[in-house]
Design a protein around this ligand. Structure first.
Ligand code: OGA
Ligand code: NI
Length: 385
């Protein structure tokens, strides 16, 4: 090998190493989260957050103003608890219609302590407002970790990063998670305990209603399984963004569980895909947004579909939300309900699935859109799709 060639090879090796180092440094900067990135003094979003033109949100200012948007169906829980059979039946029909048409609804008179909801939100906000040195204690790339501070959507596989930081708390069983839960701010653990206990009760109530709306007998064993079911609490923090038209807080995705119960602050940002377009959901004070996840789509054998949603960011105010994702225990198998598989009409449309398959999938794939659920579909006659 000539000397020239060797020198050239060495230089390019070195360049490659330098590039790798640079890439690592950049990645390091981004894995600390969006809030941290902003604090380093950027004036526009870095390239890694910029979506290809076709995936960018077209945000009109009026989309983020209250009152100009479409309203999700509102379900009054008090009517579902009513002793009047006519009232109950009407409310059940409204739930069935909302699940079929939108995959989303909002509940009022839900029985959650409203002061507690605000305190949970405030404690979550203070977690993100404290310095990175404090937050970073919970940073881990282990997706199976019980407590996890992180950023973006699916950090490992995201090709474009998202403008979102999160704290994920695996709340089943709560007593195992608590000692690992951040103790700064000081009131966070107490607020988490109260919120988790109340939202779990509300989930069980709504889940029983949904089973009734589906026409599936509320089998004791199923409800018992839900009582011990998986529960992931996700505190989402979306910092203000210098270029909200170029990126998203969360990409279009569906949630994996049976139901997600979402508390949002008073800043709009959540969008739902409905009839081929995106609708912004105005926050309704003191309400909880409920949406159908992939596991319920499978369980209902496709009668209720999980629905794509995403999150817009804005240039002025941080936005917060607290998502509570509920499903069967991690060790359970999710399969279409026998009563909803009809050999004559609607055969089995989905394969059995479990959390292990889901976690393996998100470890190695870009899990946005409804890509995981697509892998669980069967063709109508029950063959593999
Ligand atoms: C989620 C989610 C919506 C929001 O956490 O899965 O969709 O409004 N959040 O933050
Ligand atoms: Ni979601």
């Amino acid at each position: 090998m000539g000397l020239d060639l060797m020198v050239e090879r060495n230089t390019s090796d070195q360049e490659e190493r330098e590039e790798e180092e640079e890439e690592k440094a950049a990645k390091n900067r981004y894995t600390k989260g969006v809030k941290h990135l902003l604090e380093t003094g950027i004036s526009s979003v870095p390239k890694t957050y910029i979506l290809p033109p076709q995936d960018r949100p077209r945000v009109a200012d009026k989309d983020l103003e209250h009152g100009s948007n479409f309203r999700l169906p509102v379900i009054d829980m008090a009517r579902l608890r009513s002793s009047s059979a006519a009232d109950r039946i009407q409310a059940l029909e409204a739930v069935d219609k909302a699940c079929k048409e939108y995959g989303f609804f909002q509940v009022v008179n839900h029985g959650m302590n409203e002061e507690g909801m605000r305190k949970m939100m405030a404690a979550g906000r203070r977690f993100f407002e404290q310095g990175f040195e404090e937050r970073k204690k919970w940073m881990t790339s282990d997706i199976r970790g019980k407590v996890r501070y992180g950023t973006s959507f699916n950090e490992i596989n995201d090709t474009v990063l998202c403008w979102r930081d999160f704290l994920k708390l695996n709340c089943q069983p709560l007593q195992e998670m608590l000692p690992l839960c951040p103790s700064s701010p000081k009131d966070l653990r107490d607020e988490v305990v109260s919120y988790v206990e109340e939202i779990q009760v509300l989930f069980l109530e709504i889940m029983a209603v949904v089973l009734e709306a589906l026409g599936v007998r509320k089998e004791e064993s199923l409800m018992e399984e839900f009582e011990e079911g998986s529960h992931m609490l996700i505190v989402n923090y979306f910092p203000p963004c210098p270029n909200p038209d170029l990126t998203l807080g969360m990409p279009p995705h569906s949630d994996y569980g049976f139901l997600t119960l979402l508390l949002q602050d008073d800043i709009a940002g959540l969008q739902v895909y409905h009839r081929d377009r995106w609708f912004t959901i105005d926050p309704l004070f003191n309400s909880i947004v409920v949406n159908i996840g992939d596991h319920l789509e499978i369980f209902s054998n496709g009668r209720y579909k999980s629905v794509l949603h995403r999150v817009l960011v804005n240039s002025t105010k941080p936005r917060m939300s607290i998502a509570s994702l509920h499903s069967l225990p991690f060790s359970s198998t999710v399969r279409p309900a026998a009563a909803l598989i009809d050999d004559a009409g609607r055969g089995r449309l989905y394969k059995d699935t479990d959390f292990a398959a889901f976690l393996n999938y998100i470890s190695s794939h870009d899990a946005n859109r409804k890509s995981f659920l697509e892998t669980r579909k069967l063709t109508p006659n029950g063959q593999r799709g």
